[in-house]
Design a protein around this ligand. Structure first.
Ligand code: NAI
Length: 331
């Protein structure tokens, strides 16, 4: 039998936490033959609720779940973890300035970077979900220099999956037959959902989404806005932000990263930029990636037209501004 993998979920008593821990314990993230030990980190005000989640995990009697650590101590939570899903963060409350939210999260991610660097497995794979996801990941990367930068990522897979969902609805095809959309840039409303390379597989033939939709107006405006604003639409409908879809997409992100992307398919991940597509080096930016043997690589050589170029640069500009705001909070 395989050795258990230790998976950390921070903010585990929250909405996404509550949705993702049973998925992990059922093998949705790492496969049905991979035992796991769940590490859950919370903060003091949520300690009792966190313990309640631990009780439910025991009650669900998951055969793959070999242990549960529930704690408010970051050092203990990070001990020997192989995978870290960073969901905990400080939410934006009404009337709060962007800078105040940034400042809270920057200090959380700086502290958790150190805890991970000191106590996690040396090859830990990190996924930051909490917003501002790209910039939290950037801070984590800068303050955990011993963790390879390739191991620190942020979640844009939810946006990617939302884009697949919109195309599937529009064309009335199965979502599993749509592939190779791209989310470029920030996990925010400046993200660029790009269908220029996306295809639909119909009776063993691959056709471009652009050709099948045959409506540039819809693709260039409505589709893009719908994906960008989907998070807000969910909040409006549910009075709560996306949780099951965020949890499921986080599982997709880790599963593909660890087990590989199918041949001919790429996914979107927020990863550090090596300068590909003219994006400033070091930013955590969402790119199309393929994964093999536990390593992602940015898909190279895609043609970027003028419309796309402007959108790639606009979302990069926002990330550069977020980065400098984050740094001004540190000083
Ligand atoms: P939530 O408020 O229900 O849960 C957050 C949890 O984090 C709370 O239990 C809180 O006690 C905990 N927490 C706060 N500070 C912490 C710290 N320093 N260490 C550990 N835990 C801490 O929020 P929800 O709905 O689960 O969302 C979590 C985050 O994910 C938010 O920042 C949200 O904006 C973000 N998000 C990101 C998405 C993405 O696609 N990247 C999609 C949806 C949400």
């Amino acid at each position: 039998a395989k050795n258990p993998v230790r998976v950390l979920v921070t903010g585990a008593a929250g909405q996404i936490g509550y949705a993702i821990v049973p998925m992990i314990a059922r093998g949705v993230m790492l496969g049905p033959d991979q035992p796991v030990i769940l590490h859950m980190l919370g903060i003091e005000p949520a300690a009792e609720a966190l313990n309640g989640v631990k009780m439910e995990l025991i009650d669900a009697a998951f055969p793959l779940l070999k242990g549960v650590v529930a704690t408010t101590d970051a050092q203990e939570a990070c001990k020997d973890v192989n995978i870290a899903i960073m969901v905990g963060g400080f939410p934006r409350k009404e009337g709060m300035e962007r800078k105040d939210v940034m400042s809270k999260n920057v200090s959380i991610y700086k502290a958790q970077a150190s805890a991970l660097e000191k106590h996690a497995a040396s090859d830990v794979k990190v996924l930051v979900v909490a917003n501002p996801a790209n910039t939290n990941a950037l801070i984590l990367k800068e303050y955990a220099p011993k963790i390879p930068e390739k191991n620190i990522t942020c979640l844009t897979r939810l946006d990617h999956n939302r884009a697949l969902g919109q195309i599937s609805e529009k064309l009335n095809v199965h979502v599993g037959d749509v592939k190779n959309v791209i989310i470029w840039g920030n996990h925010s409303s400046t993200q660029y959902p790009d269908v220029n390379h996306a295809t639909v597989t119909t009776s063993s033939e691959e056709k471009p989404v652009r050709e099948l939709v045959a409506n540039d107006q819809w693709l260039n405006i409505e589709f893009i806005t719908t994906v960008q604003q989907r998070g807000a639409a969910i909040i409006k409908a549910r009075k709560l932000s996306s949780a099951l879809s965020a949890a499921s997409s986080a599982c997709d992100h880790i599963r593909d990263w660890v087990l590989g992307t199918p041949k001919g398919t790429w996914v979107s991940m927020g990863v550090y930029s090596d300068g590909s597509y003219g994006i400033q080096k070091g930013l955590i930016y969402s790119f199309p990636v393929t994964c093999e043997k536990g390593q992602w690589s940015i898909v190279q050589g895609l043609k970027i037209d003028e419309f796309s170029r402007g959108k790639l640069d606009a979302t990069a500009k926002e990330l550069i501004e977020e980065k400098s705001l984050a740094y001004s909070c540190l000083n």
